[in-house]
Ligand binder design. Structure first.
Ligand code: GDP
Ligand code: IMO
Ligand code: MG
Length: 435
């Protein structure tokens, strides 16, 4: 039965929340596989706006089961708060959410280290969300991480915490010159969280495989985006997890042979939060116009997102490294007010032309975009649900985009709401249509 992976193709905030919500109507279960509460996935239902950080966006579709996989890093306080807020707003969470016992815990010292190491980096800071994501993955790879399942074994938890605090407190006091963490307080806080989340903890790899065996449909919800991936992104200006499609397998324990389709979410222009190269960034009025029309302010930190033209080099790369079968294009309506529209088709650096993403940060930072200019449609596409109703120039833009990235568009989003979309193809049966 279909197992569908949905990933971001740019630098995050492509509209994955909206697309996942829409596509989870046809799913039985939805799983997050990487990242943590650095994500902010917005879903608009009628008059209500929900921003999901750690809990899969599928939670908003009644009756769907949700999983936080082993590849996710979990701040238990954030999880408890998010679940409580959803329940307060009439969305049941208990009994529908499972958290992998192998997921790693974000500890208070991770947040402190995130903050202090950013401070020391000065101009070369990454502009992290300050949620402790990077330091938690560091500990995971260093094999000193504390996992969600450890919360159920207080003696083991205490032993690990004691050992870690010796190192972490030394780092905090000696290098960063900030306050140390008290063992008893952290232990008490986390045992309190354990009482609240113990019913969610499960062997989710076993359960997800069981669902697939039973013929259930599973959707894997990516967070961040391809160019924030720790291996394939604009390193070091990335997050610390595998945001590309392969992460869905390592981050849940579902093998690649069981994934039936992989689709990407593509914003009709480009945005980025935090530092790092951004060849098509617009620092003029057009950039401000995209920011205002697209409400490009971070769903997690509230920071203004940098905005620029669509960059086909970025997305073509995402099509390749994720093996995409199709893409959903979002926020087409944001371009409604543009007088003309530029599409970046390549980069130029010191007389050399690049059709593909250069791996050198120096080139990424120093290159000039090569643009193709298209006539704009200059009328409203908001809420359009049928392809034929799109203005011809909007269709031309989408066709050119499709051609440049070498991947078919299966869905076009024309507004924030669930129903504001044009579905061209069923993503669950896209397999084999890769170009
Ligand atoms: P995510 O992190 O990929 O889930 O994206 P975010 O939720 O951080 O940011 C996407 C923003 O765009 C949210 O405010 C969405 O409500 C909004 N959005 C999604 N699709 C569309 C669309 O087609 N048109 C417009 N105007 N807004 C959209
Ligand atoms: P969603 O899932 C956009 C960015 C941060 C920073 C870098 C590293 O909503 O698309 P981190 O705190 O992860 O160590 O920060 O990654 N970043 C995101 N940008 N959308 C996100 O998530 C992001 N999650 C992290 O701004 O540049
Ligand atoms: Mg977001």
């Amino acid at each position: 039965m279909p197992a569908l992976v949905v990933i971001g193709t740019q630098w995050g905030d492509e509209g994955k929340g909206k697309i996942v919500d829409l596509l989870s109507e046809q799913a039985d279960g939805v799983a997050r596989y990487q990242g943590g509460h650095n994500a902010g996935h917005t879903v608009v239902l009628g008059q209500e706006t929900f921003v999901l950080h750690l809990i899969p966006s599928g939670i908003l579709q009644p009756g769907k089961l949700c999983v936080i996989g082993n590849g996710v890093v979990v701040d238990p306080a954030a999880l408890i708060e998010e679940a409580a807020n959803l329940e307060k707003r009439g969305i049941p969470v208990r009994g529908r959410l499972l958290v992998s016992s192998n997921a790693h815990l974000i500890m208070p010292y991770h947040k402190a280290i995130d903050k202090e190491s950013e401070r020391l980096k000065g101009a070369r800071r990454i502009g992290t969300t300050g949620r402790g994501i990077g330091p938690t993955y560091v500990d995971k790879m260093a094999r000193i991480g504390i996992r969600v399942g450890d919360l159920l074994e207080p003696d083991l938890f205490r032993e690990k915490l004691t050992a870690n605090l010796i190192e972490m407190n030394y780092l905090l006091e000696q290098t960063y010159k900030v306050e140390r963490f008290d063992l008893e307080k952290v232990y008490r806080d986390y045992m309190g969280y354990a009482r609240e989340i113990r019913d969610y903890i499960a062997d989710t790899a076993w359960i997800l495989n069981q669902w697939i065996d039973e013929g259930k449909r599973v959707l894997f919800e990516g967070a961040q985006g391809t160019h924030l991936d720790v291996d394939h992104g604009t390193y070091p200006y990335v997050t610390s997890s595998s945001a590309t499609a392969g992460g869905a397998c390592t981050g849940t324990g579902v093998g690649p042979t069981r994934i039936t389709a992989v689709v990407g979410v593509v914003k009709a222009y480009t945005t980025r939060v935090g530092s790092g190269p951004f060849p098509t960034e617009l620092k003029d009025d057009t950039g401000v116009q995209l920011q205002e029309r697209g409400h490009e302010f971070g769903a997690t930190t509230g920071r203004a997102r940098r905005c620029g033209w669509f960059d086909a080099v970025l997305v073509r790369y995402a099509v390749r490294v994720n093996g995409l079968h199709g893409v959903a294009v979002t926020k087409l309506d944001v371009l409604d007010a543009c007088k003309e529209i530029n599409l970046c088709v390549g980069y130029r650096y010191r007389g050399k032309t690049f059709q593909d993403m250069p791996s050198s940060l120096t080139v990424q930072e120093g290159c000039e975009p090569i643009y193709e200019t298209m006539e704009a449609w200059r009328c409203s596409t908001t809420g359009i649900q049928r392809y034929e109703q799109l203005p011809i120039r909007a269709r031309d833009y989408l066709s050119r985009l499709e051609e440049l990235i070498g991947c078919q568009i299966f869905l076009i989003s024309t507004g924030t709401r669930r129903e504001e979309a044009i579905l061209l193809n069923d993503p669950y049966s896209l397999r084999g249509q890769i170009r």
